[in-house]
Ligand binder design. Structure first.
Ligand SMILES: [Zn+2]
Length: 110
């Protein structure tokens, strides 16, 4: 399921309280764009776009939503990414597109 969703991002490093450099925003290794990396609700990680878009502009396969972590979860994060599936969101409802939807790899040198 995770591979189909594109939830193949590498986990974030554990935050080190003594190391402030990791706060640097993550970037996509393929195109260099800023991304947000979130854990999913099934122990995988996914790169999401830094902006929300209306659901009508995002193909169903790329729709994600950020939700507060359920209490007592074993994932050490405040927010998890959950695929929007099942219920169709309203066309104007904001969703978070997977970065993969807008990823344009830099093909220089290949
Ligand atoms: Zn990219």
């Amino acid at each position: 399921m995770a591979d189909v969703d594109g939830a193949t991002a590498a986990p974030r490093p554990d935050p080190d309280p003594d190391d402030v450099s990791w706060i640097e925003p993550p970037t996509c290794p393929r195109c260099g764009a800023l991304v947000r990396v979130y854990p999913t609700n099934y122990d995988r990680w996914v790169s999401l776009a830094t902006v929300e878009l209306p659901a009508k502009d995002v193909p169903e396969a790329f729709r994600w939503r950020l939700t507060p972590l359920p209490t007592r979860s074993r994932i050490a994060a405040d927010i998890v990414a959950v695929r929007v599936r099942g219920v169709d969101p309203l066309p104007s409802e904001p969703v978070v597109p997977a970065h993969r939807m807008m990823c344009v790899p830099d093909r220089d040198g290949t």
